[in-house]
Ligand binder design. Structure first.
Ligand SMILES: N[C@@H](CCC(=O)N[C@@H](CS)C(=O)NCC(=O)O)C(=O)O
Length: 505
């Protein structure tokens, strides 16, 4: 009698050891990456693990196999006789697929909502029988069915989503502790890092070969951000938004998050500007005051992003060079020779360096060619000034209320925007047509929308159709899209900066 099993993935191996069947059921681990052809041809045509060879038959499907092992072999019963427990066990067993799908889905999404309901389901289920810490009180097949998945999802959610799903869930915390005391389970556990790596790989299927690009860039090195979201086959990342980091001869840069990419004839093509490398304390300064116009920036700074969008909107990508600075490790020449306030953004133009994002947007609009981004009409101008000067109040209201309990301040700040958007009806933007006002708010809304969803479970667009449509229309503007970043990265930066702790997820 032989059992076909991959020990790293198969929950039925757990069934066999709890029953004390280590001698009776032989483990035959298969390399899933390099499967022997006889496995499909002679053992189990679906070519999956687990499968169990017993009594001249081969059976599959883990949930069926754990029941089969329980009922066909000696050893302690792992499935209850009590009809109420049995009914509940069936419900829980059939929920496992939903559970796994929900967690996988949440890994792809931006919010943590999808994690809480499956985890709450388990927490509530663990309350039902109090004659032990397990799902049916005593240890059973139900615990065996969930353990391999909780074992993987727990570290994965922590790493990928910064979410500890045991926080605020004492039953689940104690279930994991008690599971870890069960020798039959402990014997099957693997190094969590190894499991996570396998999971992530299987999940995103990053094309393993380096993709050669014969032009400027020698190879595509890393694809990050939404590739996790881009699905199961290497084909499916084509055309997806992605942050690409590309390396070439002496050049390291990245396409903006949101760039469309394609892959043809072995080449990766990204749409839009290739972003220059970030300068840190070890970097030489550019040849200052040589007549080049430079925007000193940081790819993750919302203030700098305003000026970057203004520059793109005017079509000045060739005229104004981006010089990104690592704010965590600033080059000393930046403060000493470029901009003593040592902040970004700053603009080197005509032998002068200017700062302050709102002033710089206006300066770029009025001093360079390209479409006008500020209205001439005095009534509009007055409203534009009011909105521009409100932007600081808006940002402060949101950031301060992150720590507090009440949502009133956020709500009234966002209502201000919703009302403002209703004022001019000749377009979806603040002044009707796209202007500097939209540019001033976009980087902040880009951050606050996912941040408030995650931290406060508050969707700023709910009940605010004007704002929802403004966001949709902003996302169609190429000059802005090129400056966007992976929302998860932005949220992580803000959470770190404002030491926001997550509520239980
Ligand atoms: N009021 C300034 C704010 C700029 C700002 O705070 N930039 C941040 C990065 S997002 C910075 O450079 N911080 C560095 C520091 O304060 O030392 C503007 O609108 O340009």
């Amino acid at each position: 009698m032989t059992m076909e099993v991959n020990p790293s993935m198969c929950s039925c191996s757990k069934g066999s050891s709890v029953k004390g069947l280590q001698e009776k059921i032989k483990l035959v681990p298969i390399d899933l990456e390099d499967r022997p052809s006889w496995y499909k041809e002679k053992v189990y045509p679906p070519n999956k693990v687990p499968s169990l060879e017993h009594d001249n038959e081969v059976r599959g499907e883990s949930l069926d196999l754990i029941k089969y092992i329980d009922s066909s072999f000696e050893g302690p019963a792992l499935y209850p006789n009590d009809p109420a427990k049995r009914e509940f066990a069936e419900e829980l067993l059939s929920y496992t697929d939903t559970f796994n799908r929900a967690l996988l889905f949440s890994l792809k999404g931006e919010s943590l909502h999808e994690i809480s309901s499956p985890m709450d389901y388990l927490e509530t289920a663990l309350f039902k029988f109090n004659d032990g810490p397990f799902f049916l009180g005593r240890f059973s097949l139900v615990d065996i069915a969930y353990a391999p998945f909780v074992e993987r999802f727990h570290p994965l959610m922590l790493e990928v989503k910064n979410c500890d799903f045991t926080t605020g869930r004492p039953m689940l915390t104690s279930w994991i502790e008690d599971m870890n005391k069960i020798e039959a389970y402990k014997q099957t556990k693997r190094d969590p890092q190894e499991l996570m790596a396998a999971f992530k790989k299987g999940f995103s299927e990053i094309p393993s070969q380096a993709l050669e690009y014969p032009g400027v860039f020698s190879r595509l090195l890393v694809i990050k951000g939404p590739l996790l979201a881009s699905g199961p086959s290497s084909q499916s990342f084509f055309g997806y938004a992605a942050l690409l980091e590309v390396w070439g001869e002496g050049l390291r840069g990245s396409y903006a998050w949101g760039s469309e990419i394609s892959y043809e004839g072995g080449c990766v093509f990204g749409r839009g500007e290739v972003l220059p490398p970030v300068l840190d304390s070890s970097s030489e300064p550019p040849p200052l005051f040589d007549g080049t116009t430079r925007l000193y920036t940081s790819y993750i700074c919302p203030y700098a992003q305003r000026v970057w969008i203004a520059r793109n909107s005017k079509g000045l990508q060739e005229k104004i060079k981006l010089v990104p600075i690592d704010l965590e490790d600033r080059p000393s020449w930046y403060k000493e020779k470029v901009y003593p306030p040592n902040k970004v953004p700053s603009l080197e133009h005509d032998n002068e360096v200017r700062g302050e994002s709102l002033d710089l947007m206006k300066y770029i609009d009025s001093s360079f060619e390209g479409p006008a981004l500020y209205p001439n009409d005095p009534a509009m101008r007055e409203f534009a000034e009011e909105l521009l000067s409100y932007s600081d109040t808006f940002n402060r209201a949101v950031l301060f209320s992150l720590k507090g309990e009440s949502l009133n301040e956020i709500s009234s700040a966002v209502n201000y925007l919703e009302t403002a958007l209703a004022k001019f009806s000749d377009g979806p933007f603040f002044l009707g047509q796209f202007s500097l006002v939209d540019i001033a708010y976009a980087p902040f809304v880009e951050r606050f929308h996912p941040l408030l969803l995650e931290v406060k479970n508050y969707d700023i667009t709910t009940g605010r159709p004007m704002l929802r449509s403004w966001i949709e229309n902003m996302n169609k503007i190429e000059a802005y899209k090129q400056t966007k970043r992976d929302p998860q990265e932005l949220v992580a930066v803000l959470k770190k900066r404002f030491s926001v702790t997550l509520p239980p997820c």
